[in-house]
Design a protein around this ligand. Sequence first.
Ligand code: WTA
Length: 636
Amino acid sequence: MSNYHIKHLEEYFQVYRKSVRDPEAFWEEIAEEHFVWRKKWDRVLRWDFKKPEVAWFEGARLNITENCLDRHLPVRGDKTAILFEPNDPSGEAQHITYKELHERVCRMANVLKEHGVKKGDRICIYLPMIPELAVAVLACARIGAIHSVVFAGFSSNALATRINDSDCKLVITSDGSYRGAKTLNLKSIVDTALEDCPGVDTVLVARRTGEEVAMKDGRDKWLQPLLDEAYADCVAEIMDAEDPLFILYTSGSTGKPKGMVHSCGGYMVYTAYTFKNIFQYREQDVYWCTADIGWITGHSYIVYGPLANGATTVMFEGVPSYPDYGRFWEVVEKHRVNQFYTAPTAIRALAKESLDYVEKYDLSSLKVLGSVGEPINEEAWHWYNNNIGRNKCPIVDTWWQTETGGIMISPIPFVTPTTPTFATLPFIGIQPALMDEEGNEIKGNQVSGRLCIKFPWPSMARTIWGNHDRYRDTYFSAYADKYFTGDGASRDAVGYYRITGRVDDVIIVSGHNLGTAPIEDSINEHPAVAESAIVGFPHDVKGNALYGFVILKETGESRNRENLHKEINQQITEQIGPIAKLDKIQFVPGLPKTRSGKIMRRILRKIAAGQTDDLGDISTLLNPEVVQEIIDQAEV
Ligand code: WTA
């Protein structure tokens, strides 16, 4: 029996048991039979969550691009690898075959080499969803450079922080990007960022919008002429399985963003294996994940997972609302998409619009629907199931994280019976545990607690770039010998998991993780602001939106509140990006604090959600009187 492709429930249980009973034998078999290695491992797994230290396939040598590209050339060289659908619906889609993708990656890899890039160097990629983005990612992997993709919606400040944190020496960007009816001048954002990034000596600029940009002599170069001249083949750098493949930043509840480091071998094995099963991908299928490659979902399930399986993966440059709310469904019809993977926030936004936008299109090609990034509410689940899946496409509600590299808890379509709002069962090899606040595992069913993982899996992040202590403190110190996810979850009578949301100070807005601390820091820099606290409150499209409680300095008290609201959001947009803007701001006389001076966000969350009759005990606060004042003036 091949364990690579699971086809029915009994087989799932059987393979799951095997993967847990003897993880090393299990993963060794998967790795051996389905990937190309230049040298096999000396040891499948070495781990110690105390240190923490995790190594999979140690001693093995490989290049992930040989698995994603070269090995497909003899069998599916003319098959479409990337199907690029541009922002403008009248623009032509591009079918980039495996052969062409291989050539484009090699050319880009050679351009990087000519600019002095070597194995282990960090390269920042700040590009819109155009083919160059996937090509740049793979080109870095080809030569062993570590890519750090920064989502092209982040501000110059956020970009500079990320470039400096991992010491990137080269940036790949474009003149501009299209987003619906708008364009954004990315190059000027890079220029501003680089005023604070002394380590960057080269900027390669792709042409997309054709708008005018400033090119700095000696630093900035147009990419296309360099690609045209570059040699179309490039020998792959042979990497150790544990060498870093990429860094991807995710928000923490405190401090600066965390550069999660993923490795070459384990990441490849796990993303490929999950992709095959969780989307039940078959050779002729067209698969579409609507995420941006700037997020982990795009890394694992637009680029690496699909390409390692020789799949056709759609790359969509546009937005769901342009030119109208039927755009997703138009693309599904046009390319006969079989698997469609998106975020609850997009589903909720589209569900608010007329069904005419859906009914105009033939969605009969769809087989599997996916959801990722935040809990999917019941209403959105049913809308998706009824109107998009027409009650015949299983919905895979996939729970995972930037840190986990791949999907951790999810149904397998046509295998696991689904239940709305439940991510259902752990994927093969994943051993979840629910913990109580005293640090004990809660056994049995119909329970809830904090979600941990008890045993390593191949694609887990190995460290935080430059800060292994923070990695340990964030993920391995809350519960002994366990990886702590930061999420709460429940387990129902049949053992299905339901993720209930973050239990720390990360807020998920439209599927994007936002830490409270950096937003508060940015607000506090406004000259009129003395102190602030951010919490999330329920929002019918975004899932959560941000509510800021702001104390003004005495000198700021007389200022126009409406203008201040705008100025504060402007400041957040500049320092972090528009996704972190506050929906509501309340100017308050004080913030509820514990006697040790910690802000009691729990109380603020209740106020923001309008649940003020259920505040719990506030008598231990340093300043309980302020709570009533805040409630009286609240914006809900
Ligand atoms: C949340 C995205 C409920 C969760 C892949 C997690 C989810 C955080 C789901 C990670 C889901 C992701 N149901 N919650 N299916 N998927 N989350 O790092 O809180 O951007 O910890 O990775 O998103 O977000 P990240």
